[in-house]
Ligand binder design. Structure first.
Ligand code: HEC
Length: 195
Protein backbone atom coordinates (compact mmCIF):
# COMPACT_ATOMS: atom_id res chain seq x y z
CA UNK A 1 0.00 0.00 0.00
CA UNK A 2 2.68 2.49 0.94
CA UNK A 3 4.49 2.61 -2.41
CA UNK A 4 1.12 3.02 -4.18
CA UNK A 5 0.28 6.08 -2.01
CA UNK A 6 3.65 7.57 -2.80
CA UNK A 7 2.94 7.04 -6.47
CA UNK A 8 -0.37 8.96 -6.25
CA UNK A 9 1.22 11.73 -4.21
CA UNK A 10 3.87 12.13 -6.88
CA UNK A 11 1.26 12.22 -9.62
CA UNK A 12 -0.76 14.91 -7.84
CA UNK A 13 2.36 16.89 -7.06
CA UNK A 14 3.44 16.62 -10.69
CA UNK A 15 0.06 17.83 -11.90
CA UNK A 16 0.22 20.81 -9.55
CA UNK A 17 3.70 21.73 -10.79
CA UNK A 18 2.46 21.48 -14.37
CA UNK A 19 -0.52 23.74 -13.64
CA UNK A 20 1.75 26.23 -11.91
CA UNK A 21 4.10 26.29 -14.90
CA UNK A 22 1.20 26.83 -17.31
CA UNK A 23 -0.15 29.52 -14.99
CA UNK A 24 3.15 31.40 -14.87
CA UNK A 25 3.58 31.06 -18.62
CA UNK A 26 0.14 32.53 -19.26
CA UNK A 27 -0.27 35.06 -16.48
CA UNK A 28 3.19 35.34 -15.00
CA UNK A 29 5.59 38.28 -15.10
CA UNK A 30 5.61 39.78 -18.56
CA UNK A 31 2.73 37.68 -19.86
CA UNK A 32 -0.31 39.55 -21.14
CA UNK A 33 -3.78 38.35 -20.20
CA UNK A 34 -5.79 36.91 -23.07
CA UNK A 35 -9.26 37.92 -21.87
CA UNK A 36 -10.54 40.68 -19.57
CA UNK A 37 -11.35 38.04 -16.92
CA UNK A 38 -7.82 36.66 -16.96
CA UNK A 39 -6.49 40.17 -16.78
CA UNK A 40 -8.46 40.82 -13.61
CA UNK A 41 -7.47 37.47 -12.08
CA UNK A 42 -3.79 37.82 -12.80
CA UNK A 43 -3.56 41.52 -12.01
CA UNK A 44 -1.55 41.93 -15.23
CA UNK A 45 -3.62 44.34 -17.18
CA UNK A 46 -2.08 46.18 -20.03
CA UNK A 47 -4.87 48.50 -21.11
CA UNK A 48 -3.08 49.54 -24.27
CA UNK A 49 -2.08 46.13 -25.46
CA UNK A 50 -4.36 43.43 -24.12
CA UNK A 51 -3.70 40.07 -25.69
CA UNK A 52 -7.23 39.63 -27.05
CA UNK A 53 -7.12 42.82 -29.06
CA UNK A 54 -6.89 42.32 -32.82
CA UNK A 55 -3.56 44.10 -32.81
CA UNK A 56 -2.54 42.67 -36.15
CA UNK A 57 -5.32 44.73 -37.75
CA UNK A 58 -3.18 47.77 -37.13
CA UNK A 59 0.24 46.42 -37.88
CA UNK A 60 2.29 47.85 -40.74
CA UNK A 61 1.40 45.05 -43.16
CA UNK A 62 -2.32 45.52 -42.65
CA UNK A 63 -2.54 49.28 -42.94
CA UNK A 64 -0.21 49.87 -45.83
CA UNK A 65 2.31 52.69 -45.77
CA UNK A 66 -0.11 55.29 -47.22
CA UNK A 67 -2.65 54.79 -44.47
CA UNK A 68 0.04 55.00 -41.84
CA UNK A 69 1.30 58.32 -43.19
CA UNK A 70 -2.22 59.68 -43.15
CA UNK A 71 -2.69 58.50 -39.60
CA UNK A 72 0.57 60.13 -38.56
CA UNK A 73 -0.93 63.64 -38.60
CA UNK A 74 -3.98 62.52 -36.64
CA UNK A 75 -1.75 60.72 -34.18
CA UNK A 76 0.50 63.69 -33.74
CA UNK A 77 -2.52 65.93 -33.13
CA UNK A 78 -4.08 63.56 -30.62
CA UNK A 79 -0.91 63.41 -28.58
CA UNK A 80 0.66 66.83 -28.99
CA UNK A 81 -1.96 69.10 -30.53
CA UNK A 82 -0.95 71.61 -33.18
CA UNK A 83 2.39 73.47 -33.12
CA UNK A 84 2.23 76.60 -30.90
CA UNK A 85 1.79 79.08 -33.76
CA UNK A 86 -1.60 77.56 -34.65
CA UNK A 87 -2.82 76.66 -31.20
CA UNK A 88 -6.26 78.00 -30.40
CA UNK A 89 -6.62 79.63 -33.84
CA UNK A 90 -10.22 80.12 -34.93
CA UNK A 91 -11.63 81.06 -38.29
CA UNK A 92 -12.50 84.76 -37.87
CA UNK A 93 -14.50 85.00 -41.10
CA UNK A 94 -18.27 85.20 -41.24
CA UNK A 95 -20.10 82.91 -43.63
CA UNK A 96 -21.42 85.53 -46.03
CA UNK A 97 -21.94 84.59 -49.68
CA UNK A 98 -19.10 86.76 -50.99
CA UNK A 99 -16.46 85.27 -48.66
CA UNK A 100 -17.66 81.72 -49.36
CA UNK A 101 -17.43 82.38 -53.12
CA UNK A 102 -13.89 83.69 -52.65
CA UNK A 103 -13.06 80.56 -50.69
CA UNK A 104 -14.46 78.46 -53.48
CA UNK A 105 -12.29 80.19 -56.09
CA UNK A 106 -9.21 79.70 -53.94
CA UNK A 107 -10.12 76.05 -53.42
CA UNK A 108 -10.64 75.43 -57.13
CA UNK A 109 -7.34 77.11 -57.93
CA UNK A 110 -5.21 75.48 -55.23
CA UNK A 111 -6.81 72.28 -54.01
CA UNK A 112 -9.30 70.69 -56.39
CA UNK A 113 -6.75 69.18 -58.76
CA UNK A 114 -5.98 66.71 -55.97
CA UNK A 115 -8.93 66.78 -53.58
CA UNK A 116 -11.63 67.09 -56.25
CA UNK A 117 -14.19 69.85 -56.75
CA UNK A 118 -16.48 68.41 -54.08
CA UNK A 119 -13.71 67.30 -51.73
CA UNK A 120 -14.17 63.65 -52.58
CA UNK A 121 -10.50 63.04 -53.34
CA UNK A 122 -11.01 62.60 -57.09
CA UNK A 123 -9.06 65.46 -58.65
CA UNK A 124 -7.18 64.86 -61.90
CA UNK A 125 -3.87 64.50 -60.09
CA UNK A 126 -5.27 62.19 -57.42
CA UNK A 127 -4.51 58.84 -59.05
CA UNK A 128 -0.80 59.43 -59.21
CA UNK A 129 -0.50 60.27 -55.51
CA UNK A 130 0.42 57.98 -52.67
CA UNK A 131 -1.11 58.32 -50.19
CA UNK A 132 -4.16 59.50 -52.11
CA UNK A 133 -5.65 62.92 -51.28
CA UNK A 134 -7.82 63.09 -48.19
CA UNK A 135 -11.60 62.93 -48.66
CA UNK A 136 -11.98 66.44 -47.33
CA UNK A 137 -15.77 66.51 -47.63
CA UNK A 138 -15.89 63.64 -45.18
CA UNK A 139 -12.84 64.43 -43.08
CA UNK A 140 -13.94 67.96 -42.32
CA UNK A 141 -16.94 66.55 -40.47
CA UNK A 142 -14.69 64.72 -38.04
CA UNK A 143 -14.65 66.39 -34.62
CA UNK A 144 -10.85 66.29 -34.77
CA UNK A 145 -10.60 68.60 -37.79
CA UNK A 146 -11.10 71.81 -35.85
CA UNK A 147 -9.99 75.15 -37.27
CA UNK A 148 -6.44 75.05 -35.91
CA UNK A 149 -6.00 71.54 -37.30
CA UNK A 150 -7.09 72.73 -40.75
CA UNK A 151 -4.83 75.78 -40.60
CA UNK A 152 -1.84 73.68 -39.55
CA UNK A 153 -2.40 70.97 -42.19
CA UNK A 154 -2.89 73.45 -45.01
CA UNK A 155 -0.05 75.79 -43.98
CA UNK A 156 2.56 73.07 -43.41
CA UNK A 157 1.33 70.30 -45.69
CA UNK A 158 2.51 66.73 -45.39
CA UNK A 159 6.30 67.12 -45.51
CA UNK A 160 6.74 66.08 -41.90
CA UNK A 161 4.70 62.94 -42.57
CA UNK A 162 6.17 62.10 -45.97
CA UNK A 163 2.98 62.83 -47.95
CA UNK A 164 2.53 64.87 -51.17
CA UNK A 165 0.12 67.35 -49.51
CA UNK A 166 1.78 70.71 -50.37
CA UNK A 167 2.54 73.43 -47.81
CA UNK A 168 0.64 76.64 -48.55
CA UNK A 169 2.15 78.95 -45.93
CA UNK A 170 4.23 80.75 -48.57
CA UNK A 171 1.58 80.95 -51.29
CA UNK A 172 -1.60 81.65 -49.33
CA UNK A 173 -2.19 84.27 -46.65
CA UNK A 174 -3.89 83.14 -43.45
CA UNK A 175 -7.15 84.83 -44.38
CA UNK A 176 -7.11 83.05 -47.73
CA UNK A 177 -6.73 79.72 -45.92
CA UNK A 178 -9.63 80.70 -43.66
CA UNK A 179 -11.76 81.45 -46.72
CA UNK A 180 -11.06 77.96 -48.06
CA UNK A 181 -11.88 76.40 -44.69
CA UNK A 182 -15.12 78.37 -44.61
CA UNK A 183 -16.06 77.15 -48.09
CA UNK A 184 -15.31 73.54 -47.10
CA UNK A 185 -17.32 73.80 -43.87
CA UNK A 186 -20.27 75.03 -45.91
CA UNK A 187 -20.22 71.70 -47.76
CA UNK A 188 -18.30 72.76 -50.90
CA UNK A 189 -21.23 74.73 -52.37
CA UNK A 190 -21.14 74.96 -56.17
CA UNK A 191 -18.02 72.84 -56.22
CA UNK A 192 -19.15 70.62 -59.08
CA UNK A 193 -18.71 73.15 -61.85
CA UNK A 194 -15.29 74.76 -62.24
CA UNK A 195 -15.27 78.37 -63.32
C1 HEC B 1 -0.67 67.85 -54.93
C2 HEC B 1 -1.94 67.39 -54.41
C3 HEC B 1 -2.61 68.17 -53.30
C4 HEC B 1 -3.00 69.49 -53.32
C5 HEC B 1 -2.83 70.50 -54.45
C6 HEC B 1 -3.63 69.74 -52.05
N1 HEC B 1 -3.61 68.61 -51.28
FE1 HEC B 1 -4.38 68.39 -49.40
N2 HEC B 1 -3.67 66.52 -49.31
C7 HEC B 1 -3.08 65.84 -50.35
C8 HEC B 1 -2.80 64.50 -49.93
C9 HEC B 1 -2.13 63.45 -50.79
C10 HEC B 1 -3.26 64.37 -48.61
C11 HEC B 1 -3.25 63.09 -47.76
C12 HEC B 1 -1.98 62.95 -47.02
C13 HEC B 1 -1.89 63.85 -45.85
O1 HEC B 1 -2.78 63.83 -44.99
O2 HEC B 1 -0.90 64.61 -45.78
C14 HEC B 1 -3.79 65.67 -48.24
C15 HEC B 1 -4.30 65.98 -46.99
C16 HEC B 1 -4.95 67.16 -46.69
C17 HEC B 1 -5.51 67.49 -45.40
C18 HEC B 1 -5.41 66.64 -44.15
C19 HEC B 1 -6.63 65.85 -43.88
C20 HEC B 1 -6.49 65.06 -42.62
O3 HEC B 1 -7.40 64.29 -42.33
O4 HEC B 1 -5.49 65.17 -41.91
C21 HEC B 1 -6.11 68.71 -45.51
C22 HEC B 1 -6.85 69.48 -44.43
C23 HEC B 1 -5.89 69.14 -46.86
N3 HEC B 1 -5.17 68.20 -47.55
C24 HEC B 1 -6.35 70.35 -47.38
C25 HEC B 1 -5.96 70.86 -48.60
C26 HEC B 1 -6.34 72.17 -49.06
C27 HEC B 1 -7.29 73.11 -48.37
C28 HEC B 1 -5.69 72.36 -50.24
C29 HEC B 1 -5.66 73.60 -51.09
C30 HEC B 1 -5.28 74.83 -50.44
C31 HEC B 1 -4.95 71.14 -50.54
N4 HEC B 1 -5.14 70.27 -49.51
C32 HEC B 1 -4.18 70.95 -51.68
C33 HEC B 1 -2.76 66.34 -51.58
C34 HEC B 1 -2.99 67.63 -52.01
Amino acid sequence: MKPRMAHWTKAIFGALVLLAVIGVARFGVGAVAQTPEQGLQSGIWDRWNPGWMERHMWDPNRMGPGMQQRMARHWRFMHQGTPPSYRGARNPLAGDAKTIAEGRDLYVKNCSRCHGLKGTGDGNAANSLNPSPALLAYMIQMPMLIDEYMLWSIAEGGKAFGTPMPAFEKTLARDQIWKIVLFMRQGFPGGATPR
